[in-house]
Ligand binder design. Sequence first.
Ligand SMILES: *[C@@H]1O[C@H](CO)[C@@H](O)[C@H](O)[C@H]1NC(C)=O
Ligand SMILES: *[C@@H]1O[C@H](CO)[C@@H](O)[C@H](O)[C@H]1NC(C)=O
Ligand SMILES: *[C@@H]1O[C@H](CO)[C@@H](O)[C@H](O)[C@H]1NC(C)=O
Ligand SMILES: *[C@@H]1O[C@H](CO)[C@@H](O)[C@H](O)[C@H]1NC(C)=O
Ligand SMILES: *[C@@H]1O[C@H](CO)[C@@H](O)[C@H](O)[C@H]1NC(C)=O
Length: 482
Amino acid sequence: LCCRADIALIGLAVMGQNIILNMNDHGFVVCAYNRTVEKVDRFLANEAKGTKIIGAKSLEDMVAKLKKPRRVMMLVKAGSAVDAFIDKLVPLLEAGDIIIDGGNSEYTDSIRRCKSLDEKGLLFVGSGVSGGEDGARYGPSLMPGGAPAAWPHIKKIFQGIAAKADGEPCCDWVGEDGAGHYVKMVHNGIEYGDMQLICETYHIMRDMLKMDNDEISGVFAEWNKTELDSFLIEITTDITKFKDTDGNHLLDKIRDAAGQKGTGKWTAISALQFGMPLTLIGESVFARCLSALKDERVVASKQLSGPEVTFTGDKATFLQDLKQALYASKIISYAQGFMLMREAAKEFKWKLNYGGIALMWRGGCIIRSAFLGKIKDAFDKNANLTNLLMDDFFKAAITNAQPGWRRVLSAAVMNGIPTPCLSTALSFYDGYRLEKLPANLIQAQRDYFGAHTYELLSEPGKFHHTNWTGHGGNISSSSYNA
Ligand SMILES: *[C@@H]1O[C@H](CO)[C@@H](O)[C@H](O)[C@H]1NC(C)=O
Ligand SMILES: *[C@@H]1O[C@H](CO)[C@@H](O)[C@H](O)[C@H]1NC(C)=O
Ligand SMILES: *[C@@H]1O[C@H](CO)[C@@H](O)[C@H](O)[C@H]1NC(C)=O
Ligand SMILES: *[C@@H]1O[C@H](CO)[C@@H](O)[C@H](O)[C@H]1NC(C)=O
Ligand SMILES: *[C@@H]1O[C@H](CO)[C@@H](O)[C@H](O)[C@H]1NC(C)=O
């Protein structure tokens, strides 16, 4: 029994059990461990019966059963539980052994753990795991980052159990220390954006075009056959037509107050820290916050007025426009997400493989879509692409989508349908594509009240201050900071 397991897995909640069974299916011998030992026995006697999976009664027992270098993967609750297991594992392991955290850890924790284990000669991997319970069992999207020396030792297992898209594994090495968990965080942020964009198109169909659920489902089913082909459009097709036991649509009975666990918020916070205009994900987080004020909205709905909804155009034509608005906004969201990752890479000195990231998201995870294949192509064509919008394919797609996108937003505004993400995407696009923004006035204002200085168009890099008022003395114009 000694030294024959390829990998150990700590934490036998559903995700852990499913990953173990997935690894077993792919020919790897897994040693299962849970702090509650009965849990291990029960797993071996039930779900793992008749497999090559072995169990461990203690961490010592588990470590003794592993091949070297030892590979230990944790799927435990993010936070102090991860540190507690690491502390218990360290004395049992030797130089070159690998500890993998597959939980939903914050990337800053992974940076810290990678550094502290490196000092002890151990290799740390923080891996994003996406795809839920089904993904874990039959093929998740895996985003491993950490100590690069660990990758050759875990590559076969990770790429073996990962989802496959167009025959390629949705798993590759992401980058150093916290890069894997960072990319997983951005994935979740993008998921927030994709979901909110779909909701806005649903809102327009429901309240402006006055379509019923089955009709709306039909539109999503059509969109699923186009460049919008994706898991989220697919499940939305199912959800919009789903009937409750009483024969009525379940969707209409669900309270419109969105919850959130925080990964969208973390992505937005990171964007603010790095000064990246991640406007769409930011709006998607705020849209959930606004929805959660349900009680206040109910009161306000009886007091605050808006326009009457009067749609008179051609519905089929408008639906074409709506699809273009969704597609263009989605392109903007991904362009922003990759801008954020590029900035984080610069900050943390990660060598991120952007095409590889698109491929990791191509299958297995919640944002999986045909569209990510196009992003992969764009980075394959030019690994140094500064912005997705500069790629010929996406440039053409946005150009083509633009007239319909603008028509949809005009109509939504006139009819009082909120479109925070569809709108912010267009504002971003218009801002990014303009040579001249009105920030010359911001600079003048800052210099006027705070002597913050400005550059001239004719000589960037050289800072000037103007005595705008001709009075006020030295104090008011040079020491105020805002
Ligand atoms: C043990 O298994 C239970 C599920 O039954 C899970 O909730 C718990 O997190 C696991 N604990 C560890 C750390 O192994
Ligand atoms: C969406 O498209 C995919 C293929 O691209 C297909 O497998 C799936 O069944 C479609 N889903 C729906 C609900 O139409
Ligand atoms: C991308 O940039 C790197 C480093 O700046 C450079 O070495 C490489 O040649 C560039 N690749 C392409 C395809 O331009
Ligand atoms: C601005 O101009 C006024 C009037 O000439 C002068 O009194 C004041 O000191 C100037 N302030 C600065 C900071 O140069
Ligand atoms: C204002 O600043 C100038 C230049 O630094 C200095 O020569 C002058 O004495 C200052 N005036 C006052 C009133 O502090």
